[in-house]
Design a protein around this ligand. Structure first.
Ligand code: SAM
Ligand code: ZN
Length: 344
């Protein structure tokens, strides 16, 4: 069933929001105060303050607490025949979740990932949540190898179980932060994010430079686009304080933005996914980097004295391995400069 066009829906929403004020002086004053408040909330200064309050710790707490929920949604929504109001084939429509899921992941696999020759490329998703996105790609695309890194230990641990149930093999599953990636320079041919940058608007420059550093050829950002969004998406992104002008930021950093387009399918029409495809040229050896893991602080190779830790000899910091998952966030590091001398 095809619904009214996006324009019509947005028009209705905007109309409701901009209802004409009453004639009375009191109603006019209330309306003026509301407008002033809205302007104030959207001002640069307030945005900065809000972004400062959205600390990494808060993001971690929020996502760690919801570990397992994406997998539950996957199991319930994709098998129950539930429907969703979404953008499908570029138009507003109500469709069953499983149909949307198939189209969304197949579209990205065929039109974005396949042309990058993934069978020859090692790939990593950063901010991979419970691996529902990485697994969906791995089921459709043959990567030479696939890995994932996520801020929350609980989420990546939940994802590991899910991957096992789907018989998808990951080379590395890491807990860490996109702000200080525990990965060597140029270590992954393709680096992917999916709705991760949107969560860290306050650190967008730092994260972009880390994604660029560890990538050897492509960075595939599947993130909402303010620039390509319609008025309703713009309003929602403003309210959530998501990154705006990502295309400009990417270009200003001197990166080559090869593709920037809205996808014809999305999970939420308030937050439509767009593609930002960045191409990186690396001169020198094309040999794969064997030592992919690195100290998140100094980026030197890590030494593995036993199954419980990784050790950075330059910083004298130990990083724990919890339940088989290396925790390579600087916040997890234990200063132990004399570890080698006294550990046995
Ligand atoms: C909206 S979810 C998307 C998860 C996954 N990419 C997907 O497509 O299902 C955003 C994820 O980014 C992760 N994240 C947020 N800040 C991060 C950071 N600094 N480093 C790594 N991951 C981060 C969150 O923990 C969360 O799992
Ligand atoms: Zn180090």
């Amino acid at each position: 069933m095809t619904l009214a066009s996006p324009q019509k829906i947005h028009h209705a929403l905007l109309k409701a929001r901009n209802k004409k004020p009453g004639r009375g002086i009191k109603q006019r004053m209330v309306r003026c105060a509301a407008l002033a408040l809205e302007k104030c909330i959207e001002s640069r200064l307030i945005r900065k303050v809000r972004n400062t309050l959205r600390t990494e710790d808060k993001v971690l707490r929020k996502y760690d607490a919801m570990a397992g929920s994406y997998i539950d949604d996957y199991n319930i929504l994709l098998t129950s025949g539930n429907e969703i109001l979404t953008v499908y084939d570029g138009v507003f429509d109500i469709v069953p979740y499983n149909e949307l899921s198939e189209k969304y992941f197949s579209y990205i696999s065929k039109n974005i990932l396949e042309p990058l020759e993934p069978q020859k490329k090692c790939t990593i998703e950063i901010g991979a949540g419970e691996l529902t996105t990485s697994i969906a790609f791995a089921q459709r695309v043959k990567f030479s190898e696939i890995s994932a890194l996520e801020l929350s230990w609980s989420r990546i641990a939940a994802g590991r179980q899910f991957a096992e149930s789907k018989q998808v093999d990951f080379t590395h599953l890491l807990a860490g932060t996109a702000l200080d990636l525990p990965l060597s320079d140029n270590s992954f041919d393709i680096v992917i994010t999916s709705h991760c940058l949107e969560q860290i608007p306050m650190h967008v420059h730092k994260v972009l430079s880390e994604l660029y550093r560890v990538s050897r050829e492509y960075i595939v950002l599947l993130e909402p686009s303010y620039e390509l969004g319609d008025s309703y998406q713009k309003m929602c992104m403003k309210r959530k304080h998501f990154v705006r002008g990502l295309d400009k930021i990417i270009r200003e950093r001197g990166y080559r933005l090869e593709r920037h387009e809205l996808l014809p399918y999305c999970w939420s029409f308030k937050n439509r996914t767009a593609l930002y495809l960045i191409k990186k040229e690396v001169s020198g050896s094309r040999r794969p980097i064997v030592d992919k893991l690195a100290c998140p602080l100094c980026k030197e190779s890590l030494f593995k004295p036993d199954h419980q830790f990784y050790f950075c000899k330059s910083c004298g910091i130990l990083y724990p391995v919890v339940g088989g998952i290396p925790c390579l966030n600087p916040a997890n590091g234990i200063l132990a400069t004399k570890y080698e001398q006294f550990s046995s």
